[in-house]
Design a protein around this ligand. Structure first.
Ligand SMILES: Nc1nc2c(ncn2[C@@H]2O[C@H](COP(=O)(O)OP(=O)(O)OP(=O)(O)O)[C@@H](O)[C@H]2O)c(=O)[nH]1
Ligand SMILES: C[S@@+](CC[C@H](N)C(=O)[O-])C[C@H]1O[C@@H](n2cnc3c(N)ncnc32)[C@H](O)[C@@H]1O
Ligand code: SF4
Ligand code: SF4
Length: 328
């Protein structure tokens, strides 16, 4: 059984994009009220007094869009300076990244995963919403800034939607030929927009690999990530290709993570809503952190039972929170 030492922390449930597969335009979402968000102080208390003592040492900041969180650089600095933090990373859409990439790096952030679903501004706008205005250039500038500043590894996440961006898979894979980037193709999961899924909204990683193999060749990489991606490489390429195959393959047996939502709910599994704990209310009603620590320890003990097991049916499709609310 894997050690569970990785916490994905959602900093905010709002986003400046409206990706079709996550929070489609027009969808009615109940946003967390400002006063319900965990404050920086509460988050740091939970890290120091609850999560770190039970064994968490790797943290990923996500959202919604984490760069929308006020004073995010300050928060990064505070988490990076905790002695026990072994890895601090962020998943972002990079729209606001370019001007603060250096500040984030200086604050101690080292790993960035950036969503980039298309190299074509029009297709990008079609996927990410924004009422027709493509924000592709700002995102690309953010990626370049992250590269210049020295974020390493730099990972690009591509959710592949058949008929929308799957024709770009070869071009996206080719980004790794000359750059030491990690391009990862993600099978769309029916959380957030299950209608998109009705006509089978995902392409299997095996299918994508075959398309890439036919043109460039493909070898299994010796790199074994800590996350859900299976890593491959085009022979001679500087970067790697990752495949995140939650619909077609099972990586739950190597699950190493839990999630904390922006309003303080701890969620032991992305695809199973059982066992969640409301840590924020507990903190605010004065429950001792020692007691919370025991609750989280207990949840870690139960986690193997909670981990998702209905692979055959894909996902259940019925979730009370969207990916933007859970943090992906
Ligand atoms: N089913 C499932 N999908 C996940 C899990 N963690 C991340 N993903 C999906 O993997 C994709 C990429 O996630 P990222 O935020 O880049 O994180 P990661 O790949 O775990 O990060 P690394 O630490 O860099 O390996 C997203 O679509 C996530 O929803 C998980 O625990 N279960
Ligand atoms: C919820 S987003 C949050 C961080 C940031 N806004 C971003 O887009 O990178 C985290 C990751 O989840 C992925 N994601 C969102 N909805 C998804 C879905 N329905 N299926 C698969 N991946 C999804 C995104 O592509 C992104 O890589
Ligand atoms: S995937 Fe990220 S950028 Fe797109 S809507 Fe969801 S939270 Fe926003
Ligand atoms: S679906 Fe649940 S058990 Fe599977 S990898 Fe994700 S969080 Fe872990």
């Amino acid at each position: 059984m894997n050690q569970v030492d990785y916490l994905r922390i959602s900093l905010i449930d709002r986003c400046n994009f409206r990706c079709q597969y996550c929070m489609p335009e027009g969808a009615e979402l109940d946003y967390i009220l400002q006063q319900e968000l965990l404050t920086n102080q509460e988050l740091l208390t939970l890290l120091k007094e609850v999560f770190i003592p039970v064994g968490f040492s790797r943290f990923r900041l996500t959202g919604g869009e984490p760069l929308l969180r006020p004073r995010v650089v300050e928060l990064v600095s505070a988490i990076a300076s905790l002695r026990e933090t072994q890895d601090l990373s962020m998943t972002t859409n990079a729209f606001l990244l370019s001007p603060i990439a250096q500040d984030l790096y200086n604050a101690g952030l080292r790993r960035l995963n950036i969503s980039l679903d298309s190299l074509d501004p029009d297709t990008f706008a079609q996927i990410s919403g924004n009422r027709g205005r493509s924000r592709w250039q700002e995102v690309w500038d953010g990626i370049q800034a992250a590269h210049r500043v020295g974020f390493d590894p730099l990972k690009l996440n591509v959710v592949v939607i058949p008929g929308v961006n799957d024709h770009e898979v070869l071009d996206l894979a080719a980004l790794t030929l000359e750059r030491q980037w990690h391009v990862r193709f993600i099978e769309f999961m029916p959380i957030g927009n299950d209608q998109l899924f009705a006509g089978k909204g995902w392409v299997s990683s095996a299918d994508l690999r075959q398309r890439i193999r036919d043109v460039f060749g493909l070898t299994e990489s010796s790199v074994r990530g800590n996350g859900p991606a299976d890593v491959f490489q085009i022979p001679g390429a500087k970067g790697t290709l990752g495949f995140i195959s939650q619909m077609s393959e099972c990586f739950c047996d190597r699950c190493n993570r839990m999630r904390l939502s922006a309003d303080g709910w701890l969620r032991p599994c992305l695809l199973n809503e059982t066992g969640q704990i409301d840590l924020k209310t507990a903190l605010r009603t004065g429950i001792e952190t020692a007691e919370l620590r025991e609750k989280v320890r207990q949840l870690l003990f139960l986690k193997p039972e909670i981990n998702f097991k209905q692979r055959d049916s894909g996902t259940t499709g019925a979730y009370s929170r969207t990916m933007s609310q859970i943090g992906g």
